[in-house]
Design a protein around this ligand. Sequence first.
Ligand code: B12
Length: 366
Amino acid sequence: MDDQGIPSKSGERLKIASNIVDKAAAYGIKPKNIIIDCLTLTASAQQKDVFETLIAIREVKEKLGVKTCLGVSNVSYGLPNRDTLTSAFLVSALTMGLDAPIMNTASEKSMDAIRSFRVLRGIDKDSREYLNHYSSMKPMESASSIVETASKEANLYDHIVKAKKNEAVHLTGKLLETMSALDIINAYISPALDLVGKKYETGDIFLPQLLNSAETVQKVFEVIKNSRSNESSSDMDKKIILATVEGDVHDIGKNIVKMLLENYGFYVIDLGKNVSPDVIVNRVKSENVRLIGLSALMTTTVFNMKKTIEILKNEFPDITIMVGGAVLNDEYAKDIGSNHYGKDALEAVSIAKRHFSKQESKKSEV
Ligand code: B12
């Protein structure tokens, strides 16, 4: 404000702020060390000017490079249910760039607004503060005691459940000195993902936590993959296409299947996740592949798996399709038209072995 009081228009407030910045510069004070208060007006008495404060915040920040503060609660003075209006104004001001709200931290609504804003603005990384405050999550430590296969000090399971990426990566390197990749998967990775999945289902944890555990597993797999880089060569006559079906982004299981098939010398063409039937059809054609492995993890995407199988069988009547994924079982796999169901990666290997030995014997009969 100046001698005339608080101007109603944002442009005039910017002018006053600009004068302050110029004066301060004469004393060697830089804009970044100045905090300007654009002054909240009450919605009850000066409704048309309320938004000007918000615009002024944006302008003084952008044009002058200063910081801003604002006493937000004045906006609701003279109206009922003040907390609601104040918290809406608070979020609007933060969106415009308000740095330092002067607010009632005992107001739950305002604190809810701040926490939500920090998630939406990407300040609260992985929504950790938000989750800590609102989720009724029990401490993950207690969950880790379920695993019986893991020894006390080698707790890759805990690192995955708690999404401690660096620790998980380090420990995987150590475990690989004494354990096979498959044993590590069976002893630690699958049980940890099972627990995380159950906790997600029961609402004890939320999507960012599920995602973090999944990312930890991806990092663990990078270590496993790197440790195998010089191993076994694959047989180009034993080609298999693998894909997670359209609409489904779960590829951890499919990647394990791939790893094991490659370990056994099969040549795997991995089409990735969320793969449309067209893409699979084209690769089957261009690579002349006769064994396809499809993965689906959700009840909703099993329908896409069925559709993919129908399309493939139509195009290539002699094709063999094996399917897998936690939502399937032997019976359901038959119902949707597949030739084989593999409950885990080892079964995928035995299906592939049987398939190619049949092919061999057919060839030798000819
Ligand atoms: C990790 C995970 C994720 C990660 C996936 C990361 C990734 N890159 O894969 C992220 C966080 C991205 C995710 C997202 C979602 N997820 Co999720 N996820 C899981 C979780 C916890 C683990 C899955 C897993 O990797 N298991 C470990 C692997 C090793 O097991 P597997 O996949 O079954 O594979 C083995 C076998 O089945 C078999 N196999 C697998 N494929 C194949 C293929 C062939 C050919 C053969 C022979 C064998 C085979 O061999 C594998 C190795 O032994 C499960 C819960 C669970 N326990 O299954 C939920 C789960 C699958 N997710 C679920 C849901 C709902 C979702 C979301 C919709 C959440 C959301 N609201 O956004 C999204 C889905 C987005 C999408 N469009 O796909 C639900 C599905 C419910 C349902 N029945 O439909 C589950 C069951 C969680 C739950 N309990 O609610 N998820």
